[in-house]
Structures are given as C-alpha cells and as structure tokens.
Design a binder for this molecule. Structure first.
Ligand code: ADP
Length: 481
C-alpha cells in the first residue's frame, strides 16, 4: 500500500515542534506493516539543499503566482516529494515567518499550493508512483483533502487528516477564496468556509474520510467546548470518524545506550551511569546546590505549555526542594520572567534561552525529572523521551500526558507500575503540591530508582501505533474500492 504523507516540516530537515518528529518517524515505522510512505514537503532552502539530486515528476507553468515543480528525491533516509516553488518557499527565515517572528503574509498561498500539489499526486500526477491514500498533517496540509474532494468528487483516493495541535487552524479572510480555484459550492458550511472566512484545518477535517489526533484523551477533549477551539461541533458530528492514535518516538534517534550527545551512555540495568550526564547538566546551567531532584523543562515557552504557571510558582518550586534547568524559547515576557527567576535562585536554577537539540538529549539523560505543566497537550513527546531516558515525568493530567504517565499513587507504587507524577492542570497550587511529592519520593532513593526503571521499560516506540495507522489506511482503501 502506498501513502502520500503531506506536511510542512519533518526531522531532520525542518523542525519547529513535535509534528516534525512524527512526520519523520512514520515512514520507517510503517514499512514493516507493508506501507510505503513518501512525504511531500515545501521546497524551503534547507529542503532543496538536501534534495538536490532529485528528478522532476510534475511541472506547473503557474502555481499560485509562479512556475513550480514536484521533485522526487531521497534525503536524510526519507523518500520525498519536494514542491519546488521559489516564489513561495525560497526565502530566509523560518518555515512560517521571518526570523524575527510573525507569519509570512502569503502563508495561505504557500500552503494552498502544498495542498494542491498533494491532491495532484493523489490523482496520479507523480507518474508511476500513485498512492492508495493521502495523509495530511495539521492546517498547513489541510487543503489537500479538500482539493482531492472537489477535484474528483467520489473518485479520488481517501484521505486522513491528523490534528497535531488544534490551536493552529490556518484561518484566512474570505477574500482569498476566488484564488483557491475551488468550485463555488466549496465556500459553504460543509466545505472550507469557517466563521465567515476560509479555514484550512477546518477544510481538511470536513473533507477527509477519517480524522486522527495524537492521543486517545486529546481525541475526546477536542470534542468538548473547553478544548475544541471552535471546531468541537464539527468534530462531534464526525465522532465516528475520529480516532486517537498515540504518538511513538524514534527509538533509534533517542536511545540512551548509543546517544552521542550524552557524556555517558546507559541502559535500564545501568542507571548509575547517568551521574556523569547529571554533572554535565549542572555545570552547563551553573547549578551548584545539587541535593534536590534536578528537574528540567524543555519546551516552547508558551501559555499552552503552562510556562506562566512555572514562572509564577518558581520560588515555591525551589522552596519545595527542586533544582530547575530550563531550555526553551518563545514568548518574550515568559523568557524574561524565567531569566529573572533563575537570577533570584543562582546556584539552584539555570535557564538557557534557545533551541538546542543536543542539549535536550543531555538533559533527558542527566536530569532526575522533566516537568511538563501543560494546559493542553495533544500528545507531548518530551515525557516519552523522559521515560526512555530515566528522566521521571512530572506532568499535568491532560491529553497525551494523561495517556502515557502512570501516577505514583499508593496503589501504583505498591504494584511497581508508577512511572511519574500526574497533577491537575492549570493550577499553581497543584503544581507546587506535585513538586513536594516529587521531592519526597526523590528522598526515598529506592522508590525513585524503581520508578525510573519502570519508566525505562515502557514501550514508547511506534510499534503499536504504526499498526493502528496501517489498519486505518487499509480500512479506508478497502471501503473506497
Ligand atoms: P510541541 O510540538 O507542542 O512543541 P512536543 O512535546 O510534542 O511539543 O514536541 C516538542 C519537541 O521539540 C520535542 O522533540 C522537544 O525535545 C523539542 N524541543 C522543544 N523545545 C526545545 C528546545 N528549546 N531545544 C531543543 N529541543 C526542543
């Protein structure tokens, strides 16, 4: 079975978040299940540079304002299609906006073009490589199912729309509609129309044969007004087609037994070897008082991630005995608040502002715990890395965090199945109470080591979830035939 996967980012070529990890890991995870997946990406400079040797399989004289071509190529171990459209993608800065922040004003055109090209591949534009189904990720790929649906009603290949984060919806003014080259009937409640404008994610959710999101709990949450962000009504209507399939992680790229970013590699049987990594982390973050649990935060610094709660409760968390190392970037006010907090607790806390993949590995391999106080979390990957690296997750009970961490309550501790600490989201008091529980458990070294070991033995690979995707594709393809 052949699947075209469409996304705006993938590791290792372009990454701004967990979406890229998932898109990059799926092809290898699905191969053992008889699925040949190719990924269609926009031709950003970094992608073009990696895919130079490709061959053009389809050319457009004009695609949203300029000539374009789809290249088939291999890069970084992935089979790719690259949409080479210099007028849309050949520019410095990030994938979605200039280096200083903000969005490119023509993002609607850039990602409508991606959707159009994906639908064309779905309809056979890539020659002999004709997919059986299309898999679209997030709003940037949301127009792909819509183009498929309106281009060849009833005859196109089936599509799956995956929501990695419902907060990002790709909503644009109604005035762009004529340029999308869709039939008039598409500008309707049943089509791409969204609150008087055009919604790219909404278009995908409405048009795809199946909808998935990245954890079972988030799948339930997004059908409620509190988490649905305006789309819960649509999702409730389509409830029978909504599936929660938990993300896995790339267990080869994230393997503490071989990880080159670590000062010392280790395995579940040799957790003491983590000590060298812990020393490297405290040195890097200027932490000299190293008695309490060394807790890291590796995150976009945003409201979603509960970083404002972290900043507000920082003094109380240090007071509870935590030593805190933060790696992240994002909201300028939150960056400032964290830097100020760390300055108040010199020797007990440190903050590195920036994005540093290598340092994130070292922190997972050396810290005692990872704190994730998110208000909502579709899946979350950092708690999965934490489990695998013996970095005990302290997480808010929401979305995928609730699905992947077993709270160290008395029953779980007694049974030896606890893997972390789970607390009420959106509450400073609950966060501080969780910190106190963590510090108390950490003081009982045997209990902590047992929890660490149980976490390290969890299956956080793609194995079970890849089978679920493969079964879903198969069911859709069979139904379509
Ligand atoms: P989201 O996609 O919402 O940002 P996830 O937990 O799903 O959250 O994925 C975040 C990914 O980005 C993880 O791979 C995490 O390690 C990585 N990451 C986040 N911030 C940083 C940072 N400052 N430096 C290095 N890696 C980071």
């Amino acid at each position: 079975m052949k699947i075209i996967s469409v996304a705006s980012e993938t590791v290792p070529l372009v990454k701004t978040g967990g979406l890229a990890d998932v898109v990059g890991a799926l092809p290898a995870a699905l191969a053992p299940h008889g699925v040949a997946m190719r990924v269609l990406l926009p031709g950003y400079p970094a992608v073009i540079a990696a895919a130079r040797e490709g061959e053009a399989v389809h050319r457009y004289a004009e695609l949203f304002g300029g000539p374009a071509a789809i290249f088939a190529c291999q890069a970084a171990g992935l089979e790719l299609f690259v949409l080479d459209a210099p007028h849309l993608y050949d520019r410095p800065g990030g994938p979605y906006g200039p280096a200083g922040g903000g969005d490119w004003p023509d993002n609607w055109r850039r990602y409508a073009a991606l959707g159009r090209a994906a639908a064309d591949i779905g309809a056979g534009a890539a020659g002999s490589w004709r997919p059986d189904a299309l898999h679209a990720h997030d709003w940037q790929a949301g127009m792909a199912p819509a183009y498929l649906r309106y281009a060849a009603p009833g005859q196109s290949v089936p599509s799956v729309m995956t929501v990695h984060n419902l907060a990002f919806q790709g909503q644009f003014a109604a005035s762009i509609f004529p340029e999308l080259a869709l039939p008039d009937e598409a500008m309707s409640l049943d089509g791409v129309e969204y609150y008087g404008g055009v919604g790219f994610l909404k278009a995908g959710l409405q048009s795809a044969a199946a909808i998935t999101t990245v954890s079972p709990t988030y799948a339930r949450e997004i059908m409620t007004p509190a988490f649905g962000m305006g789309l819960d009504g649509l999702l409730r209507l389509r409830a029978a087609d909504v599936h929660g399939i938990l993300n896995g992680i790339d267990v080869a790229a994230w393997d503490p037994a071989t990880d080159a970013e670590l000062a010392a590699t280790f395995a579940p049987a040799t957790p003491k070897r983590r000590e060298a990594n812990r020393r490297a982390v405290v040195e890097r973050f200027g932490i000299t008082d190293t008695d309490g649990p060394l807790v890291c935060v590796i995150s976009r610094l945003t409201w979603q991630k509960g970083v404002d709660l972290l900043a507000a409760e920082f003094d109380a968390l240090i007071g509870a005995g935590l030593r805190i190392a933060v790696l992240g970037s994002g909201d300028a006010a939150l960056q400032g608040a964290l830097l100020a907090a760390a300055a108040r607790h010199r020797g007990r806390a440190g903050v590195v502002i920036g994005y540093d993949e290598g340092l994130s590995h070292l922190m997972q391999g050396g810290c005692d715990a990872i704190l994730i106080p998110s208000r909502f979390e579709p899946c979350g990957l950092t708690q999965l890395y934490g489990l695998r690296y013996g970095c005990v997750p302290l997480v808010a009970r929401t979305g995928g965090l609730a699905d992947t961490v077993v709270d160290a309550n008395e029953a779980a501790l007694g049974l030896g199945v606890a893997t972390g600490i789970v607390f009420e989201p959106d509450s400073g008091a609950a966060l501080v109470a969780a910190a106190r529980r963590a510090a108390a458990l950490f003081a009982d070294r045997k209990a902590w080591a047992a929890m660490q070991k149980t976490g390290m033995r969890c299956d956080v690979s793609w194995e079970r979830s890849a089978l679920k995707y493969a079964n879903l594709y198969r069911a859709l393809v069979t139904k379509g035939n």
